[in-house]
Ligand binder design. Structure first.
Ligand code: UDP
Length: 338
């Protein structure tokens, strides 16, 4: 049985599906602050090899909540997503981030150790690298995060190293670049409020009543002046977690991998791709730079390919297309008051 913290959220829910499809039974733990009960209900009803055995509403900041999960179920390994992830908010309110992300993870690790559970796949981030010294960024790139969000994730990575040395708790840390797209069967997708990410924001502005899309900064030292990012499809990302789990099950040592495509797309390129995929002219306002955005972030994903046998398959257009189907569903449900 696999415990998935944050399984009702965007990345967590796609991972639950990947785990079910791989034949794992799953327990979802989520406080539903950012995750959605509708997502949990969808996941419970998925007809797959594995099943969602239980959903437990609880908060990692409450030790008793997470301890109770291990009392109730025999957990073999943990895939840990539950965290806050908004960069700007993390800088304005670091306490919120240190408590939820770091202290919450300490509680989770404590409950794991008390129950002799010693395998964890952890949702880390390219934000642990900070301002790139070179691109593409490989795993040897210095980790000097420039915001509190990135710092919380790096602290957790460091804690996990110490817990391995002292207690033999093995971890795989997956450092995500820009995650995009939705479930190809349109069961789950990106559902944030407020939404800050590029692709959903562009797509939202295609619907009546949507806000004009704001493009932040056209004066970066890049091919067309807009920021370049490495957009990794969420289903491809999920498959890496299943491989990471199998790697730990097969006795693999603590490790860390970048999850990206090795390719960069500018904001303008993503915008054009969205116009192409949706067949719409999308309203656009050019705005000044958003604070804290590095010009270029691209992953070197060789290590994940070599050590995990992971190969991302989906194109940017596929990510946009599935994200668009999902946005259409969200907008429709919103209109219907579902
Ligand atoms: N961006 C934008 N308008 C938006 C949201 C994002 O121009 O409404 C830009 C942002 O400035 C960055 C890129 O799109 O250059 C990717 O931003 P996102 O928030 O999706 O991911 P991040 O790279 O910050 O994790």
């Amino acid at each position: 049985m696999i415990l998935v913290t944050g399984g009702a959220g965007y990345i967590g829910s796609h991972n639950v599906i990947a785990l079910l499809d791989a034949g794992y039974d799953v327990v979802i733990f989520d406080n539903l602050e950012l995750g959605h009960i509708e997502t949990v209900n969808t996941l419970k009803n998925i007809n797959s090899k594995g099943k969602v055995v239980d959903f437990i509403k609880g908060d990692l900041q409450n030790l008793e909540d997470i301890k109770s999960v291990f009392q109730k179920h025999k957990i073999d390994a943990v895939v840990h997503f539950a965290a806050y992830s908004q960069v700007a908010e993390s800088v304005k309110n670091p306490q919120k981030y240190y408590f939820n992300n770091v202290y919450g993870t300490l509680n989770l690790l404590r409950a794991m150790l008390e129950n002799d559970v010693k395998k964890i796949v952890f949702s880390s981030t390219a934000a642990t690298y900070g301002e790139p010294v070179y691109v593409p960024i490989d795993e040897k790139h210095p980790q000097v995060p420039i915001n509190t969000y990135g710092k919380t994730k790096l602290m957790i990575e460091n804690i996990m190293d110490d817990y391995d040395k002292a207690y033999g708790l093995r971890s795989v840390r997956l450092r995500y670049f820009n995650v995009a797209g939705a479930d190809s069967k349109n069961r789950v997708g990106e559902w944030h409020d407020p939404e800050t990410h590029l692709i959903p924001n562009i797509l939202k502005s295609t619907f009546s009543g949507g806000k004009t899309f704001q493009m932040f900064g056209t004066d970066y030292p890049t091919k067309d002046g807009t920021c370049v990012r490495d957009y990794i499809n969420v289903e491809d990302l999920a498959s890496a977690h299943v491989l990471a789990l199998k790697y730990l099950e097969n006795g693999g040592a603590t490790n860390y991998f970048n999850l990206g495509t090795n390719e960069g797309n500018s904001v303008k390129e993503v915008f054009s791709a969205c116009e192409k995929v949706t067949g719409k002219n999308i309203p656009l306002d050019v705005k000044p730079r958003r604070e804290g955005d590095p010009a270029t972030l691209i992953a070197d994903n060789k290590k994940a390919k070599e050590d995990l046998g992971w190969f991302p398959e989906k194109s940017l257009d596929e990510s946009i297309s599935t994200a668009y189907s999902w946005e259409s569903k969200l907008t429709e449900n919103c209109k219907l008051g579902v």
